[in-house]
Write a protein that binds this ligand. Sequence first.
Ligand code: F6P
Length: 347
Amino acid sequence: MKVGILTGGGDCPGLNAVIRAVTKKALDVYGYEVVGILEGWRGLLEKRTKKLTLKDVSGILHRGGTILKSSRTNPLQSPQHVRDCFQNLKEIGIDALVVIGGEDTLGVARELYGRGVKVVGVPKTIDNDLNGTDFTFGFDTAVNIATEAIDRLHTTAESHNRVMIVEVMGRHAGWIAVQAGLAGGADVILIPEKPFDIDKVCNLIKKRHKRGKDFSIVVVAEGAKFPTSEGQDGTVVVQDVEKDAFGHVRLGGIGNVLGREIHRKTGFDTRVTILGYLQRGGSPTAFDRVLATRFGIAAIDLVKEGTFGKMVALRGNQIVAVDLSEATKGIKEVDEKLYEIAEVFFG
Ligand code: F6P
């Protein structure tokens, strides 16, 4: 049995822990061969692979990034590319494929499975917005990085009586914003799921200042929507309108727009910090290392069982298998109840 493994989409801490777990159990316990496909789906199209040995996966558990590299290549954009995927899988001799990715990468996996490829998915994204799993690995690390940043910004905000805007990642869902905002004691949290009213935001800050607090922390997800006129859902702020292979524009910069508006409407001194890719880099937390390892072991066990078309997932404290079609049907939005808890501390 030859098992292929690839990492696609935006990287996140914990990818190497999955690669290590899959490879270790495949080689040591099941006696399989493991082939790493380089740079996500691009490597499959270009037939760029690397045989993985125990030595290759030794010493990588704590390392961020991915030893296989990643890309946002989408083979579904062209029927010829889909045919190339099949041809190359055959030529490389891959019997089963472990695909580590988010909604886009796993969407491709789902399509290939529908056309006969033996696929198992592993859920990754710092955004935590994949359906079917309580958590994706990478999210906990990003939340910890953002929380530490909020803690640090608190002290300088307080010294200068400033409103600090902290922009975090979260394209479609505000999980990082809510979780890090709660952990860091944010005074306002703005997320893509809830188009906000700038006047209400300003009133919350003013209310806080009135009761003697001279500084505020506002956490905003990059995908939060800025309303252009009353009653409208608003638009996202983009860095680049050009779309990637999956149709996404590059978000970022809402913090600056928000900071300017808050200053204009309240007169408070306002500063903006955009955390950006810091949230995706560096070592995974212990939680993410363990989750990624459990996912990797579960994925290779599914291959052994001959169960395909599934994604390994965390439900409660258990690792389960869910259909790839369920995992990729839309976005997992922030839990209303969690947001309501955060709202108690607004203003
Ligand atoms: O999906 C994870 C994510 O980090 C999003 O939060 C962000 O919008 C996007 O990836 C950025 O992607 P890229 O690496 O292509 O700039």
